[in-house]
Each structure stands twice: as C-alpha cells, then as structure tokens.
Design a protein around this ligand. Structure first.
Ligand SMILES: *Cc1c(COP(=O)(O)O)cnc(C)c1O
Length: 464
C-alpha cells in the first residue's frame, strides 16, 4: 500500500516509511492512496474470529508490501497478549439499544494501548530489518504517553521522550509514565498546556536538520499505524451486534479526532456505520465546527476529562482531505489559514458530506459528573469522565432508536478516581495490574515551554 500526504507536497511513501516518519515533511498527515474495499461477505466471514486474528485481517491490506507483512499475525498476537480481559474489547449493555465497548483492559488502562502496543512491535520489526535506531518524541495530555512508554520501554532500537503539561495530568497518569524504570524512557514536565507540548513536538519535527540528526519519529495519533490499529474494534463491535447486516452508530469521546477517525476508516472500507456521535467537553472546537462549519481555535480550559482538553484536533485534517475529494491544495490553504488566523471555514459540499455522518455534542464538568452518577445508578457500571461524555453523546442524539449505539469507553474509571468518587461516592479500585503504582519512585525532568531547552534535552538523551 502507498500513502500520500494531506498537503500534497511530501513524497508518497510505503507503509514502513509512513510508520517511521509519522508527520509528513510538508506538515500534512499520511493516508492510504485508496481505501481497501471489503464486501458484505468479507465482513461476515470475520464473525467469530478472536481479536488478534480479526486485527490481522482488518489491517492486512494496509501493510501490503511491508517488511512486517508476513509477521502480522504474530505481531497482533504479541500486541494483545498483555491485555487482562480474554475478549480484549468486551461489550456490556447499558440500555435497550446502547452498549459500552470497554477499551481499557490494556496495560495502561486506556484505549490508546490498542494502537500503541501494535505500533511498538511494528517499530521493532521494521527497525531491526533495517538495522536502524530512532528517537520517539511525543506530547501527551495523559494517556498517550503512558501507553507509548509501556509499548517502547526497553526496546533496544528506540529512545522515547514524552512531554506532558506539568500539573495537568492525573496522578495515576503521571505515575504510569514516571515510574517506568527502563533506561530508554525520559519524561519531561513542561510548564504549559497540552497544546504547548504538542506545539513543541511539531516544532521539533519541522526543524528538518534536528529531525534528521536524531531520527525523530512520532507515536501521537498523527501516526497512521495507530489509526489503522484502532479501526479494528469498530469492526469487532459491529460484527458482535449484527453487522454488516445492520448499521451501527458509534459515540466517541473525542480530543485529537484519532479514535473517531479510525471508525471512519472502517466505514470507508465498507462497514455499514450509521453515524458517529462525537462527544466533546468544554473544549468544544469540534462541536462548534459541526454547528457552524467554521473551525476556530479558542483557549484550552482544564476539565475532568483532560485527555480531551485540546483545541486543535489534528486528525480532522484527514477527514477534510477525504471530504475535499483529496484536493491537497485546498487542505494546505485551510491549514495555512488556521496557522495565520486561528480559523478556517469548510466549503458547502465537503461540509455537507461531513455533516451527514458526524454529529457533535458537548458536556461540561457538571454534566459529566451527572452522567457518571446516573449511569452508576441505572446500570451499576462505574464509568470514567471521558466515557461519560460518550454516553451523553449516545443519549442526546435523535437517531432512529432501532440503530444500536456503541459508546467507546476510553479509560478505566480507576484512572480518574477523584472524579468518579465525587460523582458516585465510590472510589474505583486500581486493577491488580497496577498494584504498587503509588509506592514506586518517579523520574522526570521539569523544563520551561522553550523549544531550544527541550531540543537540548532530547539531544542529550538519545543514543542515535
Ligand atoms: C486520548 C483519549 C481520548 C481522545 O481520543 P482522540 O483519539 O484524541 O480523539 C478520549 N478519552 C481518553 C481516555 C483518552 O485517553
């Protein structure tokens, strides 16, 4: 499979190079040049497969011609082996037409493990096939960093440096990153917001000599391999609820638009999906876009769902590219406008295409606590604040009630124990997997929001 950049000025690459490169050299994001098509019979034939086998089947077309192609089944087996639930992504029923897909049984208790466990193994194989090393640099608002660290710790060909906004990730999230003892793992607490961290990472990638010198690579959700891996659980949910013979709607708590875009990929491959119900917290740039057609950056405000405290949803660019019939010039114009004026407006035809599939909702912190409490009282399930925003998105939509809705439960409630306890009176215990988290020593470095200082740190801590 070949991949093209959304901004049209970077070379087409094959899967292995897209994996290692992350962000395209023109600032765009990579997408496959065409969507592999699956027929109704193809989907039906996947019913009953175990999760790793399903992942192999769904992702195979994307790695065609890659060094990992013949190893894919083994990679998927290895990637999902550390998950603590035999179903990997079990579903529980919340109401007559609403299900919760639990995406939090991986090593760091959030859905990001689904992609990053795979990406860690993919990096390993591709780098060893090439006898190369690289430096992974990433920004996290909480869950990406710990999942990336869990996936890369002690991998010989990789050094990993993760920036997080100081004091703005939960203690569980911070400890999941800072207590990992591996010598190739380096945590940096930046005096700033998540968007500041993300801007620092983007600036490092845009510094071409620096990027080449250190063999920089990304694991944030701009990496295509993550999106590809996440599309699998949309297929799993659909097949479990009668797909492909009936359409399913998905409610997805959204930040960088990576998770929900993975669902869109499944739809582009031919899986019948009725709608995507996109849930935001008070950082509602996406909801405002769905209402107005204009993407306008505002201020980030901290909320009870910190992994969604984002203003610019990077992966939305991929959706725009498709909605503009892959007109890279148009996308470059929009993104230049965003950079210059903090805003862009989507034209009518692409706007209508997007609007026919995606529905935006928002929920503030008070509403989030209410949904956590009501869900507990109505169903007995404790849900985390991010998941609550998904539940609200499912409840508030006026879809045909016969269409099943699947809410993506993106984090384990024990990752956000204070908010859950505040809402329900019950403190969710950490699963056995995490025992001892509060006893281990932390390692991290504080740095100001200063590109040069961060670059010096990265240079000093890689073995490239
Ligand atoms: C990362 C994250 C999100 C947002 O996912 P995107 O792919 O960035 O839209 C939602 N919930 C949790 C718990 C997360 O960790």
């Amino acid at each position: 499979m070949r991949y093209q950049s959304t901004r049209g000025q970077a070379p087409e690459l094959d899967f292995d190079d897209v994996l290692l490169t992350g962000l395209a050299r023109d600032g765009g994001l990579y997408l496959p040049v065409s969507w592999p098509q699956r027929s109704v019979d193809d989907w039906r034939a996947m019913r009953g497969l175990g999760y790793a086998a399903l992942a192999t089947q769904v992702t195979a077309p994307f790695v065609e011609g890659s060094a990992v192609e013949s190893d894919l089944a083994q990679i998927m087996d290895d990637a999902y082996a550390p998950f603590s639930h035999p179903a990997i992504a079990p579903m529980v029923q919340l109401a007559h037409n609403t299900w919760l897909m639990e995406l939090f049984h991986g090593p760091t208790l959030a859905f990001k493990d689904f992609a990053l466990q795979v990406v860690g193994h993919l990096f390993d194989r591709v780098l060893s096939a090439r006898s190369e090393r690289l430096t992974i640099v990433g920004a996290t608002s909480g869950d990406t960093g710990s999942a990336a660290i869990a996936a890369c710790a002690d991998r010989d060909a990789i050094d990993i440096i993760i920036l997080h906004p100081k004091g703005r990730v939960s203690e569980v999230q911070r400890r999941q990153m800072t207590t990992v003892e591996a010598g190739n793992v380096h945590n940096v607490a930046i005096d700033g917001t998540f968007d500041d961290c993300q801007a620092l990472v983007k600036a490092m990638f845009n510094d071409q000599p620096f990027r080449d010198e250190l063999h920089l690579s990304a694991v944030n959700s701009i990496n295509w391999a993550r999106i590809m891996s996440q599309s699998v659980y949309y297929v799993a949910a659909s097949l479990a609820l009668g797909g492909p013979d009936r359409p399913i709607a998905f409610a997805v708590p959204t930040g960088n638009f990576g998770n929900v875009f993975a669902g869109y990929c499944a739809a582009k491959m031919g899986l019948p999906i009725a709608n995507f119900l996109v849930g935001s917290n008070r950082n509602d740039i996406l909801t405002r876009y769905f209402e107005s057609g204009a993407m306008t950056v505002g201020q980030v405000v901290p909320t009870l769902s910190p992994a969604m405290d984002i203003q610019v949803s990077s992966n939305f660019e991929r959706l725009l590219f498709d909605a503009y019939d892959r007109d890279a010039t148009a996308i470059k114009r929009l993104m230049d406008g965003l950079l210059q004026s903090g805003s862009y407006a989507v034209e009518q035809v692409p706007k209508d295409k997007i609007g026919s599939q995606f529905i935006g909702t928002r929920l503030d912190d008070g509403g989030t606590k209410r949904v956590v409490r009501e869900t507990y009282l109505d169903t007995g399930h404790l849900i985390d604040p991010h998941t609550a925003i998904g539940v609200h998105a499912a409840q508030s939509s006026c879809l045909d009630p016969s269409i099943p809705r699947v809410v993506m439960a993106t984090a384990h409630p024990a990752k956000f124990p204070d908010a859950v306890e505040d809402a329900t009176g019950i403190r969710p215990p950490l699963p056995d997997l995490m025992a001892g988290l509060y006893d281990r020593d932390e390692r991290m470095t504080d740095l100001p929001n200063d590109l040069e200082r961060v670059q010096d740190f990265v240079r000093a801590h890689t073995r490239v």
